[in-house]
Each structure stands twice: as C-alpha cells, then as structure tokens.
Ligand binder design. Structure first.
Ligand SMILES: *Cc1c(COP(=O)(O)O)cnc(C)c1O
Length: 494
C-alpha cells in the first residue's frame, strides 16, 4: 500500500467515476449481454506477471491505471453492468448513492478496519451506536430502541441478515422458556407478501418448513395482512399444541408497498408472547417525513425494526439499520467469547461488541457513510429528497390515468406505481402475456428499466422512482417508451 501510488490511482479512479456519472445515460440501463459473456473476454487463469510490469518500474503508475480502466473496465465490465444509478432506472427498489455516501464509503475502505469488538476500533462501535440513535430519533422510534436503555441499533449488511438475527434471537429466547426439544413446534407468521428473506431465515434457523405460515393477503386489504386471519390461525395452531413465537410485519412490501396494520397485529403478537419484527426496508426512509410517519404507528409494540439506508436514503450499499428493544436477546443467541478476543473492556461489560449482534465476526466501518449523509444533507434535505420522488411517482400515476389502455392496480402509497396494460376483451391470460411482452420490449430498448410482480394472478408492472438523478423528464421519457411499445404490441395482437 504505497501512499503515492494510492494518490495517483485514487485520483484517476475518482475522475473515471465522476465521468461515469456524467455520461451514465449513454449506457443501456439494463445490461444487454448474454449469460456467460465475460468468460469469452477474460483468460482462464490469473496472470503470473502483472499487466504492465515495466510501467511500475518506470514509475508510470497513472498510465497503468488508465490502461486498466480503458482495456478492462470500459471494454469488458461496463457492458455487463446494469446501471442502478441511472436516472432511467425504475426497477425493483432503488439503491442510492450520493457524494456523501460515496466519500464515506471511500473513507471506510481507506481505514479498512475490522470492528468486531469495541477494542478493535472504539470509534467504529461508538459512532455506529450514536448514528443509529440519531436515525432512530429521526424516525421517532420509541425510546426503548435507543442505546441508552436495554435496546440499541446495529448496522447489518442487508434486511435479510436483520430478519435472520432477530429470528435467531427470538427462537433462542422462546426455547429457553419451553425447552430445546420444542424447536419442531415453533411457528412463524407473516403475510404471503413478506419478503422472501423471512423464508430463508426460517430455513437457516431450523424452523419446520410447515411452520412458516405465510398468510394470504388479498386485494380486499390492498395486500396487507389481516389481523383477524392472523388471530384465527394462531388459535388453531395453539389448539394443536404448536408454539407461535415470531411475527414479521412489513411497512411497504417489496411487491406492491402494502402496509401491514402494525398496531393490531403487534397486539396479537404480544398477547401470545411472540417476538414482533417490523420490516420497513424500503418505506422506512419515507417515515422521516411527518406526513408518512403514521404508516409506522404501532412500532411501539415491536421488538425489532429494520430499514435499509442503502435503498432510498442516499447511503451507498450496504447499510441496513436494525434496532432491537432487548439487545441481550441478540447477544444470548449470537455471542462467542474465544480466548484470542478477550480484553479488559469486554470482560468488564463496559462496551458493546457488535460481533455478538450479527452472523459474521468481521464488520466494516459502515457508520461513517451514514454519518456523513446525515451531517452533510440534514433531515430537511432528506425529507425534500423523499417528497420529490413521491411527487414524481404521483406524476407517473397521473400520466397512466390519462391513457385508458392502462390501469393503476393498487393504490400508490410511496414512490412505487403498480400498473398494467389492460387486457384486450377482458382476456386475463392474454393480458398477462401482453404485459410480460411490454416489460421485455421496454427493457430491451435500454432507455428505461422497470420490473414486474404478480398480484392475485395478474402480471403487474412496477415503476419505482428513487434513483437520485431521476427528474420529471426521465419519468416522461419512460412513459413515452411504454406508450409506444404498448401501441405496437396492441397493433400486433389485433
Ligand atoms: C429490499 C427488501 C428486503 C431485502 O433487502 P436486502 O437488504 O437486500 O436483504 C427485505 N424486505 C423488504 C420489504 C424489501 O423491500
């Protein structure tokens, strides 16, 4: 790690990345390569000699990195990149980057510490605790989630890891009460709209496959989980001797941004002694705005709450914020204390050791980028940022409403619009095919990228506004492509 070499490489790479952002709209948003494309472009094994040994000997380090960027990154890698930061990106959910998030990430890469225990870098642990307290206050989370009491926040890599660790904490907590042999009887509840990461967590946690209850949510509740249905299912399970222990509710489902009624669901969970987790991976960001905070009402009764700062909150991937009310439950499920990590501060119980709140031992200094985002932008700008995307989604919704060939399928709540091209002559199965074709036609233009879902058997298109560079003109352009492709498809199907 030569400091002067880093300076040259680093400057050149930052120049390249800045130019990339400047010209990002020149690329097809969705990569158009075929599977396996890179095998043909790269050798079978790594070289014995560096690319250009002579350059290094001659001290022409900048030349070396420029050649690398041109020959390898531009020629081989960029064609295989889907441009998540493009203003024409409307697929899945966003994965934001920002200048503050980016330079925070750079600093984290530069320091390159591994902060498993407090002693391994006190600043990493302490900054993470403070910044997650800040974010908890911005979200108006109840005080029990703050680090001053029995709870606290931790940065996980993803929402999937967040739900896994709380599921493990909840599992071990209930098993301590009812005995280890009861594992087969434990039951998990959520709606069938819940993110697939819950199912994966159940698989890992050893929950019996039949005891992961994904309760059907329908259009009658806009795909939210019905408290009555939950209550009935729990009662049935109790009568046959099963042990309900975990409920996962979602604020803003991945498919259609459905919002589960947290308070009524949470009360049911509590009266049955269950752990209540709230997944707000995407929509949590919107809840820093007072007008959207009510979607989180009921979080008071939750045991854990998660939002992805790396989705829609200007913090570069990865940064998933998880808060728990009882941190000891996490620690009891996940702690180890090998001799080689023993130290005075940990032994005296004076510090938080985040290794005990997560699956891996090692962890990056991710709080730096979240801290920089919060400090350099501030709450008011972040609120404006969210509101602007929601305004653009509303605008898109209005455009759809003006074209009788299309319909909006579920009420838009945040910045996702679920819509479709109406089937011709009410032929639903042909309608599904038509919308699938429309999706492919739009995405193969490279000028916009949207994704899909299926709701009640209907193939639905998803238009998620949330890339930092997206403006109204990009929404209008994407709509134009959709309309044009719809016109051709409808003409063909006549
Ligand atoms: C995106 C998303 C997830 C998964 O996020 P990862 O951080 O990639 O694991 C989970 N739940 C919801 C509601 C999501 O939108």
């Amino acid at each position: 790690m030569d400091a002067e070499q880093l300076r040259e490489y680093g400057h050149k790479m930052v120049d390249f990345i800045a130019d990339y952002y400047k010209t990002i709209e020149n690329f097809p948003v969705l990569s158009q390569v075929e599977p396996g494309y890179l095998r043909n472009l790269l050798p079978d094994s790594a070289p014995n000699q560096p690319d250009s040994f002579q350059h290094v000997l001659d001290g022409e380090v900048a030349q070396l990195i420029l050649e690398f960027i041109r020959l390898h990154i531009q020629a081989k890698i960029l064609p295989g990149v889907t441009h998540w930061q493009s203003p024409n990106y409307f697929a899945y959910y966003p994965s934001n980057s920002s200048v503050a998030g980016f330079v925070g990430e750079m600093l984290s890469a530069g320091l390159n510490i591994v902060g498993f225990s407090w002693i391994a870098s006190p600043a990493a642990t302490e900054l993470e605790m403070i910044v997650l307290d800040w974010l908890a206050k911005m979200l108006k989370l109840p005080e029990d989630f703050l680090s001053a009491g029995q709870g606290g926040g931790v940065i996980q890599g993803t929402a999937s890891e967040a739900v896994l660790v709380v599921l493990l904490a909840a599992r071990d907590k209930v098993l301590r009460r009812v005995g280890k042999d009861a594992l087969e009887k434990l039951v998990v509840y959520a709606s069938d709209q819940t993110h697939s990461s819950l199912q994966k967590a159940c698989q890992i946690a050893g929950i019996h496959p039949e005891n992961c209850r994904l309760l059907k949510a329908t259009s009658s509740t806009n795909y939210a989980l019905s408290p009555e249905f939950l209550s009935e299912t729990i009662s049935q399970d109790l009568t046959i001797g099963l042990i309900p222990f975990f409920l996962c509710a979602t604020v803003g489902t991945t498919s259609s941004t459905a919002v589960d009624p947290l308070l009524s669901l949470g009360k049911i969970a509590k009266s049955n002694g269950m752990w209540f987790h709230v997944d707000a991976a995407y929509a949590g960001s919107a809840c820093v705005c007072p007008e959207f905070r009510h979607y989180m009402d009921g979080v008071e009764v939750a045991d854990s709450f998660n939002m992805n700062a790396h989705k829609w909150f200007l913090t570069n991937f990865d940064c998933s914020a998880l808060w728990v009310k009882d941190r000891s439950a996490l620690v009891q499920a996940l702690s180890t204390n090998p001799e080689f990590l023993k130290n005075k501060a940990s032994q005296a119980n004076m510090v938080v050791d985040y290794k005990d709140w997560q699956v891996p031992l090692g962890r990056r200094f991710r709080s730096l980028k979240l801290w920089m985002v919060l400090r350099l932008y501030g709450l008011e700008n972040l609120q404006c940022y969210i509101r602007n995307h929601i305004k653009l989604a509303k605008h898109f919704e209005n455009l759809i409403a003006q074209d009788p060939r299309f319909e909006v399928v579920t009420p838009r709540i945040f910045s996702l619009v679920c819509f479709r091209l109406l089937p011709v002559r009410n032929n639903e199965s042909h309608g599904n095919k038509l919308n699938h074709q429309l999706l492919d036609a739009v995405n193969s233009t490279g000028s916009a990228f949207i994704s899909h879902t299926v709701l009640s058997g209907k193939y639905i298109l998803r238009f998620a506004v949330g890339a930092p560079l997206t403006e109204e003109k990009h929404v209008n352009a994407a709509w134009k492509v959709l309309q044009d492709k719809a016109t051709s498809l409808l003409a063909e199907s006549l």
